[in-house]
Design a protein around this ligand. Sequence first.
Ligand code: ADP
Ligand code: MG
Length: 567
Amino acid sequence: MNKIHVLPEPLIRLIAAGEVIERPASVVKELVENSLDAGGTTITVDLWGAGRTRIRVSDNGEGMTPQDARTALERHATSKLQNFEDLESIATFGFRGEALPSIAAISRLELSTRRADAKEGWALKLEAGKLLSEQSAGRPVGTTIDVQDLFFNTPARSKFLKRDSTERSHVLRTLQEIALANPSVRFEIAMDGKPMLTLAPAKELGERIADLWGISVTEELVSLQITQGPCTIRGYINATQAHHPTKAYQTLFVNDRPVLQRMLNHAVYEAYREWLPVGRHPVYCLFVELDPGFVDVNVHPTKREVRISDERATYDLLFTAIRALFQPRTSKSAEATTFSAPFAATPRNFEPSQQTMLLELQAPLATVPETSQASFSNLRYLGQFQKLYLLFEQGHELMLIDQHAAAERVLYERLLAQVSTRDVARQALLTPLLWDVSVDQAETVQSFLPELEKMGFVLEAFGPTTFALKEWPIVLPETKHAKRFLEEVLESFQNEQPTSQTDTQHRIAASAACRAAVMANDSLSPEEVARLVEDLSACERPMSCPHGRPTNIRFPMSEFDRRFRRK
Ligand code: ADP
Ligand code: MG
């Protein structure tokens, strides 16, 4: 007997449906994207039972003829793709003509629709993909798709669904992304018969973000727009100090499609690195626009992941754009951020008005120095204020350096420089420092011992829950707070797993630098001050400490003149 046979069509449909429709949020996504494709300007989404019992999406788009409505429910029926060339340049969301029949195959579906040129509408009823009835229907122009009892005939699939609250949050996340990508469209969202969120048409993205994320988050965002070759990146990101404890406010779109794009997400984190304390996250809503020929959307059935053919160049552009916003005109960092980007040279059409806006946001009074060389030269030391701030005169400016932040930056870079050459000079502690932890903590400590050792901290197990710190990197002058350092590293790794080796090293170095640096309340001799300033100016990123605080701020004389009303 032959072993291979062709699967029956209904089974094929179920398999295909499972690929596209994972959960209620997938249905919402497909239906709303169809509504947008149809030119809908008001889209209503009603959900019952977190979408398990019923999902209804209505639009005022162009509608369908009865014949088109019938065809739309067949597999691979689409109005959006005529030939193979279209695949390359397709601009609409869907194009595989699979969503509607897939949803229909695993639910009880009603579709009603009317075109502007039709006297009346048309309604179809299906169950498990089979047409039960169709008839004319009175309704306004547009389309309504009503999906009931999702997964009723695929019980295995419905078991994968999570709690209602989880499914609802997936739906809301999906709707939020779509709403951000379509600020001019009105959305009305209701759950179990109660209005939940209404988004009025917004004139621009910022307004929509404010409606969704609230004023307090939005106020601290800065707009970004940059174009290089075929790539444009636009949107909003947080000002350096306005990071957030969660990743809730992060959305990235590629050609208006919300995507998970690890590389680009990483570019944002990297660009913020020294402003981002451990456990904090950037806030952003960014749109990457690329010639469609550069983007392959067919790598994942739900199109959640896309492949960008020139990923590295896009990465560099995004990284450089954010850097340019936050380290404007710092010549050293400009060097560090210029990559061999195949698109073109360094960004050109970066709008100066946005830089100005940023400077105002970051420091209403102070200015950001022209270049790092200029920023620490020709300083005349005036004295120490509150045993914390070092005061300098520089031309027409008064500069304050936070002695602790500056020392941290210096030690952080020195240590990491040694780590990168795999040659960290160590010194033995006179008496090893014993450190007791709990049983579960001991597990975590074990996990970062090797990395600590690579970085010059030799910590050895000394009993099941005791460790002995025996050696310490020479570049760090102070071991007084070594225990505090170890506790901090432990806490950080317990709160959140490091995402990479760079992250691990960053956290260890930042914490060590912090504990070994001069503190507030240490008095410094003028010689020590001079050395600190010299060391700081030799840093690669002298403007902020490893946790993201500024190392220095400046006040122009004109500011004092204004306050004394001299002008
Ligand atoms: P795709 O969106 O990939 O074309 P779908 O299965 O999602 O495939 O939709 C099939 C077709 O049905 C679409 O190409 C479109 O012509 C039509 N259609 C679906 N939803 C709507 C809608 N809300 N308004 C108008 N036409 C629609
Ligand atoms: Mg579609």
